[in-house]
Design a protein around this ligand. Structure first.
Ligand code: 5AD
Ligand code: SF4
Ligand code: FES
Length: 350
């Protein structure tokens, strides 16, 4: 099949073989524009022109894991660590809802300081006091904990699989396994969360073949949300001598993901915006329909340093809200005013 035929098939059937995905990942020039346009058409047809905003509260930068690319890894002693108290987290959530956010994302490193009850308390308090959806992004925990938090009112859970290559996964994540990661994604699905995963683009030894497996895994896991971005090299990690991931490869991956998962929520991520000032805008024109601005307040923003030169660390949540609003409007799109749940959930599917 030539490129036009592959795109036609993808737009009609939302299914491709691994070989066809690899071919799309290798497109350049005029063909690449066609790929982005096809993804934009599918986004417009299935998700409309609404762009949903999710306000991220980065409540702790402690992490017990040691992922080789990440600045929060436990062996990075150069990072000043912080933890927000439950009351502070709830108060930041309240301020985010006052800015119009209808989803707060509670994000941290893997930090056991926040036990089952504490996280449950935060969820209940937010749900009692304000009208917002809650997304958790706090890593690998036990089934029972996920269950308690779901019952307390958490709506969604994000946990990237990072790479679908088990060997590469193992090399980059000491003490962790891809199998365990995927098991958690299945648990979360079973518990009725809207589930998001995603990968990193530009990991060592990762090629188009490997990324095609990531995309097929998104499809197999039947995700509600897919968030992905380029690797941004952090000088305080073992990957310090490596190079940044390619923005273009991340955009291609977003576009193909949109073709295959037409109803997924896909963000233009902060990492894309950090490597390319137009990165998030480009993503929104290549299949993405979500942006996740930072709503953390005070001195903490620069300390959640997954990678250097992260955008918006010196801004206030008010500035980001306004900035992102104008970006969305200038693209001829509209900011979502409802929760922006998965359209599949709204239709009563899982
Ligand atoms: N560059 C880009 N993304 C990173 N993440 C962690 N470290 C980096 C980095 N150096 C991503 C991981 C993780 C998410 C919270 O941040 O994919 O899942
Ligand atoms: Fe911790 Fe997540 Fe960073 Fe890994 S990627 S070190 S789990 S914060
Ligand atoms: Fe933070 Fe633009 S989104 S300044």
């Amino acid at each position: 099949m030539n490129l036009d035929e592959i795109l036609l098939k993808a737009e009609r059937e939302h299914a491709l073989t691994r070989g066809e995905i690899v071919k799309l990942l290798k497109t350049r020039g005029e063909d690449l524009k066609k790929l982005y346009k096809a993804a934009d058409r599918v986004r417009s047809k299935y998700m409309g022109d609404t762009v949903y905003l999710r306000g991220i509260i980065e409540f702790s930068n402690y992490c017990k894991q040691n992922c080789k690319y990440c600045g929060l890894r436990r062996d990075n002693h150069r990072l000043e660590r912080y933890r927000l108290q439950p009351e502070e987290i709830v108060s930041m959530a309240e301020k985010a809802t006052k800015l119009g956010y209808k989803t707060v994302v509670l994000q941290s490193g893997e930090d056991d300081y926040y036990d089952t009850d504490m996280v449950e308390w935060i969820i209940r308090e937010i749900k009692n006091r304000m009208d917002t959806a809650i997304t958790l992004c706090i890593g690998e925990r036990e089934y029972e904990e996920y269950k308690v938090w779901r019952e307390a009112g958490a709506d969604r859970y994000l946990i990237r699989h990072e790479t679908a290559d088990p060997g590469l996964y193992h090399r980059l994540h000491p003490g962790m396994s891809l199998e365990q990661r995927i098991e958690r994604l299945r648990w979360l699905k079973e518990l009725g969360y809207q589930v998001g995963s995603g990968n990193l683009i530009g990991l060592p030894d990762q090629d188009e073949e490997s990324i095609s497996r990531d995309i097929l895994l998104f499809k197999e896991l039947d995700l509600h949300m897919v968030g992905l971005g380029p690797l941004v090299v952090n000088p305080d990690t073992p990957l310090k001598d490596y190079h940044n991931g390619s923005v273009e490869m991340a955009l291609k991956t977003i576009a193909i993901t949109r073709l295959l998962l037409p109803l997924a929520h896909i963000p233009g991520t902060t990492a894309l915006g950090s490597l390319d000032p137009e990165g998030r805008q480009k993503a929104l024109k290549a299949g993405a329909n979500v942006v996740m601005p930072n709503v953390t307040r005070g001195k903490y923003r620069p300390l959640y340093e997954l990678y250097p030169a992260k955008i918006c660390v010196d801004e206030e949540p008010e500035n980001c809200r306004q900035c992102i609003g104008s970006i969305i409007t200038s693209l001829g799109r509209v900011v979502g005013t409802d929760y922006g749940h998965s359209p599949r959930i709204e239709k009563g599917e899982v």
